[in-house]
Design a protein around this ligand. Structure first.
Ligand code: AMP
Length: 441
């Protein structure tokens, strides 16, 4: 099936073909005709499915076919959880709309507000925004939302996770009653349902990757390892596999900084990206990563949300997330738009309960493989996981002993005590280990 049969105008099809897309992805095939009919939509699709084009292309079509108004107030509003995602959607809107006379603007916090005010003053048809900064503009009366015809809530689950529900409700109250609403979410829960019920009018539903399941092309693997040897193992995996572009998740901002620093000392170029970094630093790190100067990007969940990085082959969970759904989001960074990807989790004894919760959500076990030389030491007891501020749902408790589980290796008993090597270089080190004696972190 080609894009031609979806009902999009020639100017949009031209831009799509200039992007090099030959065929619509499943979510695009399903969503585009429904949106063109003017219907409200509830779409279950995660990043990597092509969902952005799935709503942007028909949105551009609809706006360009209908007359605008002289004041040039925003006619479409796309709300997203993070700055990075807003910027990426902005890039996409510009690319797909390059042959159309529509103007767009991206609005997020952490940068100066005045250039945004100036842009809004000159007139904008499509506004892509994070909720907080959007409301700042409304408060300053530099933005009028009374002409919005189409509302998109992108990554709605994430916006709710990040505590944006009140901001979203405030924004909704500022919009005209009659409008088209599109809600995209990677996962569903009762809160999303409630939001959807209140927002959407007789919505069509589209669901690509099944609910809470992980992208099919992603190979998932667990490497059991002691906490103190995770960094050493990570360096070894990067070198052994000759990984050139790796996204690594940590649970805390501090952990992200520390790991990036340590990898740097190991001779592996790395940068951390998280909420405490300035927008400039985040953009720079992402650009360096995309261009190949930075081999490892270490990120927290919130910072990584929605990062659009093409052909990302490796995602590593240096620490498992506290919330199982975050695992699905994390590994959604790899195997994108039909490409193969690999998601590796380094799991220590403290995290066995988290792993079980993730496997329960996936409804399948994840293959576990002990790397020779990095066998977990069975005498190390499980310790409670430090709950950072990112912990949600009140956190789960991980009592001592609660995490002790059978060895998950491929036939190799974990309990021989070999390779403990705490404080000395592990056996089995490959090229990535750079031969220097690492001390355990
Ligand atoms: P998204 O799920 O919107 O984050 O898109 C994931 C990636 O797929 C982006 O890098 C898009 O540029 C790319 N993409 C979107 N639609 C297509 C398509 N029909 N064919 C090939 N790549 C696509």
């Amino acid at each position: 099936m080609s894009f031609d049969s979806l009902g999009l105008s020639a100017d949009i099809l031209r831009a799509v073909s200039e992007q090099g897309y030959s065929e619509p992805t499943p979510v695009q095939k399903q969503a585009i005709p429904l949106i063109l009919q003017g219907r409200d939509l509830l779409a279950g699709a995660q990043t990597g499915t092509g969902k952005t084009a799935g709503f942007t292309l028909p949105l551009l079509h609809l706006l360009s076919q209908r007359p605008g108004h002289s004041a040039r107030k925003p006619r479409a509003l796309i709300l997203t959880p993070t700055r990075e995602l807003a910027a990426q959607i902005g890039d996409n809107v510009r690319a797909y709309g390059r042959h159309l006379p529509l103007k767009s603007a991206v609005i997020f916090g952490g940068v100066k507000i005045n250039p945004q005010i100036e842009k809004l003053r000159r007139g904008v048809d499509i506004l892509i925004a994070t909720p907080g900064r959007l409301l700042d503009h409304v408060g300053q009366k530099t933005l009028d939302l009374s002409a919005v015809e189409i509302l998109v809530l992108d990554e709605a689950d994430r916006m709710l996770d990040m505590g944006f529900i009140h901001d979203i409700k405030k924004v909704l109250a500022l919009l005209p009653r009659k409008r088209q609403n599109l809600l995209f979410s990677a996962t569903y829960n009762a809160t999303i349902r409630k939001l959807a019920d209140g927002l959407l009018d007789n919505p069509a539903q589209v669901e690509v990757a099944r609910r809470n399941t992980t992208a099919e092309r992603v190979t998932q693997r667990v490497h059991p390892v002691d906490k103190a040897r995770k960094r050493e193992l990570l360096a070894w995996l990067i070198g052994d596999g000759d990984w050139q572009q790796v996204l690594v998740f940590t649970r805390t901002k501090h952990g992200a900084n520390r790991l990036a620093e340590q990898l740097g000392k190991d001779g592996i170029s790395a940068a951390a990206i998280h909420g405490n970094k300035s927008q400039g630093a985040r953009t720079k790190a992402l650009a360096g990563f995309k261009q190949g100067q930075i081999r490892v990007l270490v990120a927290t969940d919130i910072a990584a949300r929605g990062l659009d990085i093409d052909q990302l082959p490796h995602v590593v969970n240096y620490e498992l997330p506290n919330v199982p759904e975050d695992y699905v989001h994390r590994i959604g960074r790899t195997g994108r738009a039909g490409r193969e990807g690999e998601a590796i989790s380094l799991v220590c004894v403290d995290e066995h309960k988290l792993l079980r919760d993730i496997e329960k959500l996936l409804k399948k076990p994840i293959d576990a493989q002990i790397i020779e030389g990095y066998e977990p030491d069975p005498s190390i007891p499980a310790e409670p996981i430090q709950m950072g501020r990112g912990a949600r749902n009140g956190g789960q408790r991980h009592g001592r002993g609660g995490g002790q589980q059978r060895a998950r290796g491929q036939g190799r008993p974990a309990g021989n005590g070999a390779g403990r090597g705490r404080g000395r270089a592990g056996r089995g080190r490959g090229r990535g280990g750079n031969g220097r004696g690492h001390r355990a972190a």
